[in-house]
Design a binder for this molecule. Sequence first.
Ligand code: NDP
Length: 256
Amino acid sequence: MKSGPFNLSGKVAIVTGGNGGIGLGMVRGLAEAGAAIAIVGRNEAKSAAAVAELERSGARAISVVADVTDKAAVAAVAERVAREFGRIDILVNNAGINIRKPPHALDIAEWNSVIATNLTSAFLCSQAVYPAMKAAGGGKIINIGSMMSIFGASFAPAYAASKGGIVQFTRSCACAWAADNIQANAVLPGWIDTDLTKQAREQIDGLHDRVLARTPAARWGGIGDFGGIAVFLASAASDFVTGTAIPVDGGYSIMG
Ligand code: NDP
């Protein structure tokens, strides 16, 4: 049995979009610290592969196929996880998409889809797990923002709105649920090599080199950069940390 402030043995975590990219990086960290994991995503095969990997390493894990923009589906996720694992201690709101267009070219369906996936889903999931966290005597909510929580970009009107919104939503949950011993924090990734940014590198000329030039750490992030921050924000180590937005960006956001 592990011990210490970072120990997550006996804890149960739900990670949306935990079947790949940054979510999977966080899942690996949480599982290694002892948490049981519920991976939520739409792609059943991708989730099954992540669960198999976790089980091979000795972790308890299940896949729950759901669209996080669907209120009934999200309620069913919370219900199933509470039933199978007996409690919910940690929620990582990580599922996200982007549609890269300037504001004048983005149509309303595209706007709605980005806001629903990146922002409304965090509201739905947080609301759905709140009763179980309260019943467990506390909980941890980790919301994934972006550099677009801080900066604007011509190609990211809905994405930046959703990621700015997620920081303010985080602060509201932190205030509302502090009395229930629930801490809510946001993580703001810099430029990380995942499926999401592969597309961006193809669509935006010179992006790869511009990111390297602006990042003091002089590299793109990898999904392995997210295990530590997930464990910190999910564990007793961060019990007096709430409402923050922590960049994990190799210094991108402090480069003058
Ligand atoms: P990926 O595309 O690798 O992962 C996105 C995940 O979200 C997938 O696992 C996908 O699973 C899930 N997802 C998307 N829509 C839904 C939905 N409607 N319901 C359930 N799950 C959904 O991208 P990243 O790992 O890069 O992104 C993860 C998060 O990090 C996002 O919020 C993104 O905005 C943020 N981020 C990423 C950065 C980067 O540089 N990569 C930088 C800053 C922020 P499935 O397909 O199975 O549904």
